[in-house]
Design a protein around this ligand. Structure first.
Ligand SMILES: [Zn+2]
Length: 204
């Protein structure tokens, strides 16, 4: 069997990168590696490609490991669709390729099908077995189409910055006269150091 290469390096090295970046060798990131590798080959390494990923789970990390596109630099957009698909495209002309896990093709790999369709409990399909199936399947379970990107390609612009009159913190003025947190969307309450001390004392 030929050595499996992902992003120009042996898949074992890629799996080690997944472990470091993602915390464990998640099957979704491993499979995502094959998808990104395929999309990169179709788009061409010489193209400066942007990415649109159609799920928040696993796949964005494969893009971040194998391309310069990250959440933070804005070259990757992540859609919360829970679809295992992604597009890489030339940001100059919006031409690119969409690669997806093709559920029809997974029929030949029951472990992969059962995992993807959430038909099997984790304990009944050990990670090593599933990942071995993913390595066996490679691109055989993927489909790709040439695409022109019609939405979600625009740069996300930052708004003007102001200081919130309620909390005194800097925020985007697009949020309104007060920051979203002060408008009631906050996700935390600030505890005074004394209260934290008391809570810790109670737990003894
Ligand atoms: Zn505020």
């Amino acid at each position: 069997m030929n050595k499996i290469m992902i992003g120009g390096k042996p898949v074992e090295a890629f799996m080690e990168e997944i472990r470091k970046f993602h915390g464990w060798v998640a099957p979704g990131v491993l499979l995502g590696g094959f998808m990104v590798d395929y999309a990169l080959e179709l788009v061409g390494q010489e193209v400066e490609a942007d990415a649109i990923v159609e799920t928040r789970f696993c796949l964005p990390d494969a893009v971040q490991l194998l391309t310069p596109c990250t959440c933070g630099n804005g070259w990757m957009k992540v859609l919360d669709w829970d679809k295992f698909a992604l597009s890489l495209y030339d940001k100059k002309n919006r031409q690119g390729f969409r690669v997806r896990l093709d559920v029809g093709k997974t029929a030949a790999f029951p472990n992969l099908y059962n995992w993807f369709m959430k038909l099997v409990e984790k304990k009944d399909l050990p990670l090593e077995v599933l990942n071995r199936t993913i390595l066996e399947a490679g691109r055989e379970v993927l489909s790709a189409d040439p695409v022109t990107i019609t939405r979600h390609y625009a740069k996300i612009k930052k708004g003007k910055t102001g200081v919130c009159p309620s909390c005194g913190e800097a925020y985007s003025l697009r949020q309104g006269a007060l920051c979203l947190s002060c408008q009631g969307d906050g996700y935390y309450q600030i505890e005074s150091p004394a209260e934290i001390f008391l809570k810790q004392a109670v737990s003894y």
